[in-house]
Design a protein around this ligand. Structure first.
Ligand code: C2E
Ligand code: MG
Ligand code: MG
Ligand code: MG
Length: 275
């Protein structure tokens, strides 16, 4: 009874908030069954070098919801993180990406491509994450050297000692690491320098105004210089215009990802893109 009254009280005081809570509850209920109903899709976004030659792809998750249509990660990843559902979902992403990586070994056109997989904090800090990566590599037969895991600064901040230890163990398997959305988080350079990274990924918020905003241009320039000084590979995300590509190229960033080359697309379309 008290529960019902409490619920009514919320409705009375803030109907909008109640609607938001109801919607969230619906979404959460649907999310719980999305895996078994096979509603997730992987989209592939090409990464290219300065001659537009394909280097690989980042896999990006989509949820093909029966009523809502294609749902983007911003709409469900935070909820998946909170509920812990990101753990089985993230495992599915890793398995699917590695299975594809293995399949690509049969064709000269796709044999050398790398696949970048986003890993969330909750997933990475699971006690058995390293074992999972190892198992998925073994079961899929994917070449570890062509698998790249993208971490964000939030992963690092959650527990830096655990992060460093796990990264070293995973690197021993042959897998590499990219620091996603670089510069948008709150980690310090003294923390970052302790991580066994292979790549820095310049966030698209810095790339966007690179040609007009001298501050963004300076940040990007400095990030590229720092990456080079640390012996790290660097890639820019969110490259939409030739002017942006040109600036990045000129300053020493020779790998690109963004709508200028292609949006994230389903596998069949990605493979057509390569032809
Ligand atoms: P992210 O890893 O930084 O991925 C890049 C995002 O930028 C993608 O959004 C991509 O579609 C978008 N993007 C790429 N090029 C351009 C461009 O030129 N212009 C603009 N405006 N946007 C561009 P998306 O697919 O909506 O994914 C958003 C975020 O969701 C990702 O950011 C990543 O943090 C997360 N995410 C996606 N898939 C997964 C996944 O499988 N697992 C986890 N844990 N997170 C994921
Ligand atoms: Mg990413
Ligand atoms: Mg990113
Ligand atoms: Mg980003």
């Amino acid at each position: 009874q008290a529960k019902a009254a409490g619920r009514n009280a919320i409705r009375f005081f803030d109907p909008q908030m109640q609607t938001a809570l109801d919607m969230r509850a619906d979404l959460e209920a649907d999310l719980r069954h999305a895996l078994e109903k096979r509603q997730f899709r992987l989209y592939y976004q090409i990464q290219v070098d300065r001659l537009h030659r394909p280097l690989g792809a980042e896999v990006l998750l989509r949820w093909a919801h029966p009523e809502r249509g294609l749902v983007f990660p911003d709409q469900f990843i935070p909820l998946a993180e909170e509920t812990g559902l990101i753990v089985p979902i993230g495992l599915w992403v890793l398995e699917t990406a590695c299975t594809q990586l293995k399949a690509w070994q049969r064709d000269a056109l796709t044999r050398d491509l790398t696949v970048a997989v986003n890993v969330s904090a909750r997933q990475f800090h699971q006690a058995n994450f390293v074992a999972q990566v190892q198992r998925v590599l073994l079961e899929s037969g994917a070449p570890p050297a062509q698998l790249k895991l993208e971490l964000t600064e939030s992963v690092v901040l959650e527990n830096i000692e655990d992060t460093i230890g796990k990264m070293h163990e995973i690197k021993k398997l042959g897998v590499s690491f990219s620091m996603d959305d670089f510069g948008t988080g709150y980690s310090s350079l003294s923390q970052l320098k302790r991580l066994p990274l292979d790549q820095i990924k310049i966030d698209r918020s810095f790339v966007r105004d690179i040609a007009f905003d001298s501050n963004d241009a300076a940040i990007v320039h400095a990030t590229i210089a720092m990456s080079q000084a640390l012996g790290l590979n660097v890639i820019a995300e969110g490259v939409e215009t030739e002017a942006q590509r040109e600036f990045l190229d000129h300053h020493g960033c020779h790998a690109f990802q963004g709508y200028l080359f292609s949006k994230p697309v389903p596998l069949e379309q990605f493979e057509e893109l390569l032809n």
